[in-house]
Design a protein around this ligand. Structure first.
Ligand SMILES: [Zn+2]
Length: 297
C-alpha cells in the first residue's frame, strides 16, 4: 500500500509533496565540490536526524513537486524531471518512466484541474512535467494551467549563453519542457524584481543557483511558508550555508541567497518547503551557536 502524502496547512491553504524520485548513494565530496569536510559527519552526528545519509554515509536527496490548494485554485510549484526526456548529456535523468502523474492523482490532483504551475527556475529537475510526450510531440501536461516563471530564466535558457559545456545538465531542457508551453500561449513571466502573485504568493529573487532563480513565499491568514527552490539541496547546507552544491551556477551569489533565506526563516514559524531534501522535504530552521539547524516536520 502506498503511503498517503502528508498534508500541511498554511492559513487557508493546504500543501502536499509529490515526490518523483529519491536518490541515495550521492557522494558528498562530489555534491559539495571543494568544500565538503569529511570530519563533518562525526562532529555533527548528534545534531541531525535520520534519513539524511544512507548506510554508506552517502547523501540522500529527492526530486519533487509541491501541490498548493487554496479555496479557489490548485497550484503546482515546480514539476520535477518528467518522463521520456531526451537528455543526451544527462543520462541519469533521461528517458525516465516514473509514475509521477499517478502520485499526483493520489495527492488529489487531476492534470486538468491544475490552474497554475509556478516555476522557481528552469533547470532540468524543475520543469520536466510541464510537458509530456504524445504521439512524438511535447504537449502541455496541465492543459488548463497558466505556467508562471521568472523572465530572467527564460531569457538565459533560451539564449546561446546557456548552451555551453558548463550547462550540460540542462541541454535540451528548454526545447522539450519550456518552449512548447510558450508556443501554446500558456505562460506568464515574473519581472527581475519579483512580486506578488494571486494575493498569497510572493516571488522573491534568490539568484545564484541559477541566474534568475526565485523563491516563493506563501502567506495566508497569519501563517507563512517559503518554497526555497534550490537555495539548498540537502539539510547539511542549513548547518553549513557556505557549501554550494555542484549544480550552483553562480557560487558567490548562491551563498548570499542561502544565507538570506536562513536568516529570514530561522526561529520563526515559517515552514521551509525544499525541492531536494530527503524524507518529508519540509521543516523548520532554528539558530544554533553561530549557524543553523534543521528539523523535519
Ligand atoms: Zn533542482
Amino acid at each position: 500500500m502506498t503511503k498517503l502524502p502528508k498534508i500541511y496547512t498554511v492559513g487557508d491553504t493546504t500543501v502536499t509533496r509529490v515526490t518523483e524520485m529519491v536518490i541515495s548513494g550521492v557522494p558528498p565530496e562530489i555534491y559539495f565540490p571543494g568544500t565538503w569536510d569529511p570530519s563533518f559527519l562525526e562532529a555533527n552526528k548528534d545534531s541531525f536526524s535520520e534519513g539524511l545519509i544512507d548506510e554508506n554515509s552517502q547523501l540522500i536527496v529527492s526530486i519533487g513537486t509541491w501541490v498548493v490548494k487554496t479555496p479557489q485554485h490548485t497550484i503546482l510549484i515546480d514539476t520535477a524531471t518528467g518522463n521520456d526526456k531526451n537528455l543526451p548529456l544527462n543520462p541519469d535523468l533521461a528517458n525516465l518512466h516514473l509514475p509521477y502523474l499517478e502520485r499526483l492523482q493520489e495527492a488529489g490532483v487531476n492534470p486538468e484541474e491544475v490552474d497554475y504551475v509556478l516555476l522557481t527556475h528552469l533547470h532540468v529537475d524543475h520543469v520536466g512535467w510541464n510537458t509530456k510526450l504524445v504521439d512524438g510531440k511535447w504537449v502541455p501536461t496541465f492543459p488548463n494551467a497558466k505556467y508562471v516563471f521568472p523572465i530572467k530564466e527564460q531569457e538565459y535558457y533560451s539564449s546561446e549563453a546557456s548552451h555551453n559545456k558548463e550547462n550540460e545538465a540542462n541541454f535540451n531542457v528548454y526545447e522539450e519542457s519550456v518552449l512548447p508551453i510558450i508556443e501554446a500561449g500558456m505562460t506568464e513571466t515574473i519581472g527581475p524584481e519579483g512580486g506578488n502573485f494571486l494575493d498569497i504568493f510572493t516571488f522573491i529573487p534568490t539568484p545564484g543557483h541559477s541566474i534568475g532563480q526565485m523563491s516563493i513565499r506563501l502567506s495566508s491568514g497569519d501563517e507563512e511558508a517559503l518554497f526555497g527552490a534550490d537555495i539548498m539541496h540537502h539539510p547539511f547546507q542549513v548547518m553549513r550555508p557556505d557549501w554550494n552544491s555542484m549544480y550552483c551556477e553562480f557560487g558567490d551569489q548562491a551563498r548570499i541567497s542561502r544565507l538570506w533565506a536562513l536568516e529570514y526563516i530561522a526561529d520563526r514559524p515559517i515552514i521551509y518547503f525544499s525541492t531536494h531534501f530527503p524524507e518529508s522535504s519540509a521543516g523548520y530552521v532554528s539558530r544554533s551557536d553561530d549557524s543553523f539547524n534543521w528539523h523535519f516536520i
